[in-house]
Ligand binder design. Structure first.
Ligand code: MD3
Ligand code: FE
Length: 220
């Protein structure tokens, strides 16, 4: 039997790809449940609409964001932080849907991180032209916990640098249903998302969503 035939058989099956120590791409891991995840995103956005946050430096972000879970990531002129309340409404963020928590825990466990208990899920929405410049995620209280990210809709080029901002980033294509788990030695790598290209995805149209699950507060 040819290798070509063998790989065709598994073309749509999830596969695990080690990217770096502590970083694993679970290709297609969320594909089968994408439709229900997108319904949950829509429900979250009805309670806490997507908005363009302003950075401490005064720039309006091209990526629109909302959150679910006990804590939500926010930015304004005073800085970046996790907050229990949505500053737009003064209300707590919508609860994390069981489907989100379950996905995040299964992905973390598969990548070798047992007992992942995310208390925050940042939901990013990209339209063509939106990008996320190179940064580290360092506002979380438990840096020993991984971050789990799930991509839905249009594909994006993820920029994946090193532990110093000046390290030249590698480029990684993330498509609908891909999940990446970043922990251990990979947790503080600089990363970003290149300018989203135009496209039309059957489930989202000209939009990419990314869910990132974090353990942002002190574990209770
Ligand atoms: C690597 N989001 O919200 S997810 C972010 O696709 C963010 O929306 C991107 O970076 C997005 O902060 C990328 C992948 C990701 C998330 C966190 C990481 C990669 C990471 C933390 C450390 C190292
Ligand atoms: Fe990030």
């Amino acid at each position: 039997m040819s290798d070509l035939f063998a790989s065709d058989l598994f073309e749509t099956a999830p596969e695990d790809i080690a990217l770096d120590p502590g970083a694993m791409l679970l290709a297609g891991f969320a594909r089968a449940e994408a439709e229900s995840l997108l319904q949950d995103v829509a429900a979250i956005a009805r309670a806490a609409p997507f908005r363009h946050l302003v950075t401490p430096g005064g720039w309006t972000m091209s990526v629109a964001m909302t959150n679910c879970g006990a804590l939500g990531w926010v930015s304004d002129r005073s800085g970046y932080r996790y907050d229990r309340l949505d500053p737009e409404s003064g209300q707590p963020w919508p609860a994390m849907p069981p489907s989100f928590l379950d996905l995040a825990q299964r992905a973390a466990a598969r990548a070798g991180f047992a007992d992942f208990t995310p208390d925050a899920c940042l939901v990013n929405r990209y339209v063509p032209g939106a990008r996320l410049t190179l940064h580290q995620d360092r506002n979380e209280r438990r840096l020993e916990a991984p971050i789990v990210s799930a991509s839905l809709g249009l594909p994006a080029t993820f920029l994946w640098g090193g532990l110093a901002r000046a390290d030249k980033p590698r480029r990684l294509r993330l498509v609908h249903g891909d999940v990446v788990v970043w922990g251990g030695p990979a947790r503080m790598t600089f990363h970003g998302v290149d300018t989203l290209r135009d496209g039309d995805h059957p489930m989202t149209g000209a939009v990419r969503y990314n869910l990132t699950f974090r353990q942002a507060g002190d574990r209770t």
